[in-house]
Every structure is written in structure tokens, then in C-alpha cells.
Design a protein around this ligand. Structure first.
Ligand code: SF4
Ligand code: SF4
Length: 352
């Protein structure tokens, strides 16, 4: 490679592609990954079977990147801020509107927006060093991105299990490029959570087993996006007005108080996604769902999941004006929606 300082070149390329942060880590089975098999065996991943992908010898791919990518020597970790509209908060008292996680408000699915930028960095690297092997991932690869983000100095893994950066906070999308290049790694980011436990205390479904450890099957993000069929009854009330994802353990984090605002056009909110009307979501047709969420991360929940979540949020709204809508939804052909409507109706009817 004809570049004197490759790490510098990589980081400059990352910034030019629009990332705010870019660091380098060595491909290694870092200690944080040792607990991953135990976490999987305890059933904490629920229905997210993709997390359990294994290699030919039966090892979890995510637990051993050195084995999964034997050619890889370094991981380039890039991060971009998606904090578009801090004026809104999960805690607003809204009785007829749901809450969609900030990361999904954007005009474009973040996977595409981040991958496009990663490809730009990958392209610059390959142009400078032909023959190089690279692989880029945004969330979908067999790699635990946040562990590499820590070792690349992008941020520390907070007690809420998110990556936190001292200047930018935690509203960050991560993208990684595995490369066969042996690059000088950055220093890992220091943990600055200290004695704080705000995120753990604020979680409405008690999803934290302890600091730095999440039971995904209790997390509202998992329940509203990944879980198919009905949601366990004991967790429905804790879901509050969430219809897609949850921001609470990041909203309460002191490191997000001064989080800057992004001007990236892809992450600016689509119309109707901040505080969306619950009745609109609960009664959404397949056609409208496809139209409204074309190219959006929200599609992952599917129409059935989004409607089910909206019905549960209606049950939690305390707003008796929804009784007629729920009575109609009780006989919905979608079983999860009908069952949730029955639960929601009973809940609202108990109100005085
Ligand atoms: S995202 Fe919400 S439900 Fe999940 S751990 Fe954080 S506060 Fe709890
Ligand atoms: S809320 Fe406190 S404990 Fe949780 S991630 Fe933020 S600083 Fe760490």
C-alpha cells in the first residue's frame, strides 16, 4: 500500500463518508464475547435465532470472530449520530399517540444509509490497496459490533448495553468493515458509567439482569419488533405507549443530555412517525403499511406486529374513547391483534 499512515487514511475516509467517529480494533476473541454462549444458552435471545448462527464445528459465529473470519486482522468501526429531533421525548403524556424509537424515524432505513457510507470507506481502502479482503456489515453480520466499537475507542459499553461516546452520547448507528490489513488499533474507550444506574432503574419491564447485561426477551425493543404472535401478558403494561422499539434507557442517560443534532438528510423524521396516532396504526391496511413504511426500518415489525403493539398501547392509554375501536378489533382476523384487543378492552373498562 502506497500510503504512509494507513490508520490516518482510514479515519479520514470515514469522516469524508459522513461518519462522526471512526476507529480501529484488532480481530480477537475479546473477553466480552466469552459470555455470549452462556447468554444464548440461557434463552436471553428469545426468537432471534439469527444470533445463534454456528460454524461447521458448532461454535457460535458471533462468539469467535477470529474463527469466523480467519483472514481478517482488523475491524474498522464507524459511527454516525442519528439524533434528529430531541424536542420530543418518550415521557410526554400522550393518550392517543404511540412512540416509535428515534432510530426508526428516518426517511431511509438506516441499514442502507450506513452501508452506503461504509462502502465509500471500503472503496477508498481498496483503491489504495488492491487485493485487500474486506467485508462490511451494519447490524446483520455475525459480529458483535459494540464489542469492537469499544476496542476501537468509539465508545464504552454502558450499563444499558449501548455504545456511549463522551462527546456524542449514544444515539449512534454503528457500521463495521472487517479487513485483512493489519492496522495499528486504537485504545479502548474507558467506562464512564461510574456509580450511575439510571438506565437500569428506569426500565419499565425490568429487562436488565444486572449492569451491562440484558434479557432481550423482556426488552420492549425485542417485544415490539422481533417477537411474533402474542406478547406475554405480564409484560404488556410495561410497554406503555411503545409501538416500535424503546428509547427509555438512552433518554435517561446523562451522557445524552448534550448529544448534538444530526443534519444527515436520511435521518430526518418522516412525516407522522413522531408520536403516531394509535388508532391509525391499529387499523392500518396492508396497502397503507407497505406505502407508508417503504424503505423504512419499521417494516421489520411487519404490519401484524405494529397493529398488535398499537392495540396494547391503546390498552395502556387510559383513554376510554378507544372502547369502540377495541370492540371492533376484538374480532380481527389476526389472532394476536384480536387477543391484544380483548386484553386492552378489559383494561380500559376497569377504569372509573
Ligand atoms: S430499551 Fe426499554 S425495555 Fe429495553 S432495556 Fe432499555 S428501557 Fe428497558
Ligand atoms: S444511564 Fe448511567 S449507567 Fe446507564 S449507560 Fe448512562 S451513564 Fe451508564
Amino acid at each position: 500500500m502506497g500510503i504512509a499512515n494507513i490508520p490516518e487514511f482510514v479515519k479520514r475516509s470515514g469522516l469524508e463518508a459522513g461518519f462522526e467517529l471512526c476507529g480501529i480494533a484488532t480481530v480477537r476473541d475479546h473477553p466480552e464475547l466469552a459470555r455470549f454462549p452462556e447468554w444464548i444458552d440461557a434463552g436471553r435471545a428469545g426468537e432471534m435465532k439469527y444470533l445463534e448462527s454456528r460454524d461447521e464445528s458448532g461454535r457460535l459465529k458471533r462468539a469467535s470472530p477470529a474463527n469466523t473470519f480467519p483472514w481478517a486482522r482488523s475491524v474498522i468501526v464507524c459511527a454516525i449520530n442519528y439524533n434528529s429531533s430531541p424536542a420530543y421525548s418518550t415521557h410526554e403524556h400522550e393518550t392517543n399517540a404511540g412512540w416509535i424509537s428515534r432510530y426508526a424515524w428516518g426517511k431511509e432505513d438506516y441499514h442502507d444509509a450506513v452501508l452506503r457510507r461504509l462502502r465509500q470507506v471500503e472503496g477508498a481502502l481498496k483503491a489504495a490497496s488492491p487485493g485487500l479482503i474486506t467485508r462490511s456489515y451494519v447490524d446483520t453480520g455475525p459480529i458483535v459490533e459494540r464489542v469492537y466499537a469499544k476496542y476501537a475507542g468509539v465508545g464504552w459499553i454502558g450499563k444499558n448495553t449501548c455504545i456511549l461516546n463522551q462527546q456524542l452520547g449514544s444515539w449512534l448507528f454503528l457500521g463495521v468493515i472487517l479487513t485483512s490489513l493489519e492496522l495499528q488499533p486504537d485504545l479502548p474507550a474507558a467506562d464512564r458509567c461510574g456509580t450511575c444506574t439510571r438506565c437500569i432503574d428506569a426500565c419499565p419491564t425490568n429487562a436488565f439482569i444486572g449492569p451491562y447485561e440484558l434479557d432481550a426477551t423482556r426488552c420492549i425493543s425485542y417485544l415490539t419488533i422481533e417477537k411474533r404472535g402474542s406478547i406475554p401478558e405480564d409484560l404488556r403494561e410495561g410497554m406503555g405507549r411503545h409501538v416500535f422499539g424503546c428509547d427509555i434507557c438512552q433518554d435517561v442517560c446523562p451522557w445524552n443530555r448534550k448529544s448534538p443534532i444530526t443534519i444527515a438528510p436520511e435521518f430526518q423524521p418522516r412525516e407522522g412517525l413522531v408520536n403516531p396516532a394509535l388508532e391509525w396504526l391499529a387499523n392500518m391496511s396492508e396497502e397503507e403499511f407497505r406505502e407508508k413504511f417503504r424503505g423504512s426500518a419499521i417494516k421489520r415489525a411487519k404490519r401484524t406486529g405494529l397493529r398488535r403493539n398499537a392495540v396494547i398501547a391503546i390498552g395502556n392509554s387510559g383513554n376510554r374513547e378507544f372502547v369502540t375501536a377495541l370492540t371492533n378489533l376484538k374480532t380481527d382476523e389476526d389472532e394476536a391483534v384480536a387477543q391484544s384487543a380483548e386484553w386492552a378492552l378489559t383494561k380500559l373498562q376497569k377504569l372509573h
